[in-house]
Design a protein around this ligand. Structure first.
Ligand code: AP5
Ligand code: MG
Length: 208
């Protein structure tokens, strides 16, 4: 199953993609996570990408397209994958279309008023990568799953989040029409309990 999750920053793409990937035994491919890994490792690509990410702008298409092509060519993606945060522009969608046919695009809808609160309260584990909202945590410093140190993403400051939302509306939202026209887009309500949303996505995928 070849899937793509689309939605604004904070919609819950990563939260849901981790669960759906585990359910179907396919890899979760997040371009944001891949870029943050490059930054952590101090690579040339990471240094280039950091300027864009910290400003809430998109990393240039050619960099991202090359990175995703290489990733989906790996053996673990042979039976399918979940793309989270890619494609984000029409050029990326067309490049993907030339190498893989998606079975479904899940569009996670959350009102803008909730997004800023969700993102500004996000905490990520530096060890296992799990994502939380501060309101879910008793201990704000350590991951409840593995004990790793929790951190706040550099691009989760309110002014950067507003810019990311504006970029989403301008560059990525048009893809909703693009995939609707292809006939593979499914809308899912992304506000509500995390478990309920996972079950809704599974229902959508099973019905296809
Ligand atoms: P990326 O990492 O993809 O960030 P994003 O799209 O802005 O989305 P987020 O990761 O912020 O949100 P999410 O939808 O995954 O939400 P999450 O599940 O974490 O990209 C970062 C940057 O990298 C971009 O700005 C760009 O610069 C660059 N980049 C990446 N891909 C690129 C591409 N293809 N082209 C060019 N540039 C690219 O949840 C958010 C919070 O909400 C968490 O705290 C979570 O616990 C909470 N939450 C989740 N679900 C619920 C729920 N149901 N109820 C309450 N809280 C919830
Ligand atoms: Mg994410």
């Amino acid at each position: 199953m070849k899937l793509m999750f689309v939605g604004p920053p904070g919609a819950g793409k990563g939260t849901q993609a981790v669960r759906i990937a585990a359910r179907y035994g396919i890899p979760h491919i997040s371009t944001g996570d891949m870029l943050r890994e490059e930054i952590k490792n101090g690579t040339e690509l990471g240094k280039q990408a950091k300027t864009y990410i910290d400003a809430g702008e998109l990393v240039p298409d050619e960099v991202i397209i090359g990175m995703v092509k290489e990733r989906i060519a790996r053996p673990d993606a042979a039976n399918g994958f979940i793309l989270d945060g890619f494609p984000r522009t029409k050029q990326q969608a067309e490049a993907l279309g030339a190498i893989a046919a998606l079975d479904a695009v899940i569009n996670i809808n959350v009102p803008d008023s909730k997004l800023i609160h969700r993102i500004c309260g996000r905490r990520v584990c530096s060890s296992c990568g799990a994502t939380y909202h501060e309101s879910m945590l008793e201990d704000q410093k350590h991951c409840p799953k593995c004990g790793g140190a929790l951190y706040i993403r550099d691009d989760d400051r309110e002014d950067t989040v507003k810019q990311r939302l504006a970029v989403y509306k301008e560059k990525t939202q048009p893809l909703i029409e693009y995939y609707t026209n292809i006939g593979i887009l499914h809308d899912v309500v992304g506000s509500g309990g995390i478990d309920d949303i996972t079950e809704t996505i599974v229902e959508v995928l099973e019905k296809k």
